[in-house]
Design a protein around this ligand. Sequence first.
Ligand SMILES: Nc1ncnc2c1ncn2[C@@H]1O[C@H](COP(=O)(O)OP(=O)(O)OP(=O)(O)O)[C@@H](O)[C@H]1O
Length: 264
Amino acid sequence: MIDIQNVSLWRGNAFLLKNVSWKVNAGEHWAILGLNGSGKTTLLNMINGYLFPSSGEVTVLGQRFGDYDLRELRKSIGWVSSALQERFYMAESAVDIVVSGKSAMIGLLTEPSEEDAAEANKLLDQLGCGSYAKRAYQTLSQGEKQKVLIARALMAKPQLLVLDEPCTGLDLFAREQLLTFIEALGRKPDAPVLLYVTHRTEEILPIFSHTILLKKGHVYEAGKTEAILSEKVLSSFFDEPVQVRKHQKRIWVTLADHRHQAED
Ligand SMILES: Nc1ncnc2c1ncn2[C@@H]1O[C@H](COP(=O)(O)OP(=O)(O)OP(=O)(O)O)[C@@H](O)[C@H]1O
């Protein structure tokens, strides 16, 4: 699905990505974990063809970078990020925003067909958004907006779905509701490959079989989530001793005890 070989990207003298190699196979779902500024968004922008590598090779959905029509490729990649929310027409209804995902355009130029409207309403129902399908986007809460954007991305039946920090700004309950939906989505036999970007380990759901750790523009470690999210690996990754607690097959990370004692 994705094959990144020895990719570097620099701006001036600074490396945004350095010697990144990463392979995502069909049937895997990946979490991308890294602190602020580690290069997560840069890496995603490269996968979606918004950034060109300075060196190395990027192959996405079997298409090698430089050899294909990016507009075509982007139709197969769903993208959900809170930054995207700002780009929508705020007065548009939730259902119209979902329908517009089919053509990967912002805004609808024509009345949606009955079939497309029915599909959009079905997706909104599945996400628990049926009751506000006709409401203007600007009147929705952050969590509601995020779910509408996921429904929009799914409308195009993507092969790859990128969820870029989808829980940003959500309260505890909205977050858990969204994560429950993502878990169910990832378990469907016809699910797109999911890439979930976060800096919080507890959002890495059991469906995310693999995790890549990004640090200062390079791949710190990548592999099976269970092996990656260990106390040893994470303490070394964060340059700080951390404690790891497993709860409902998810990993909660806290700073190790000695640090709290020092602060008391
Ligand atoms: N055009 C640019 N020129 C110079 N530096 C850049 C440019 N774009 C991004 N950077 C830097 O590259 C680094 C990686 O940025 P990126 O946005 O990929 O990080 P991130 O892991 O997504 O962070 P966050 O979690 O805060 O969103 C940051 O230090 C950022 O300031």
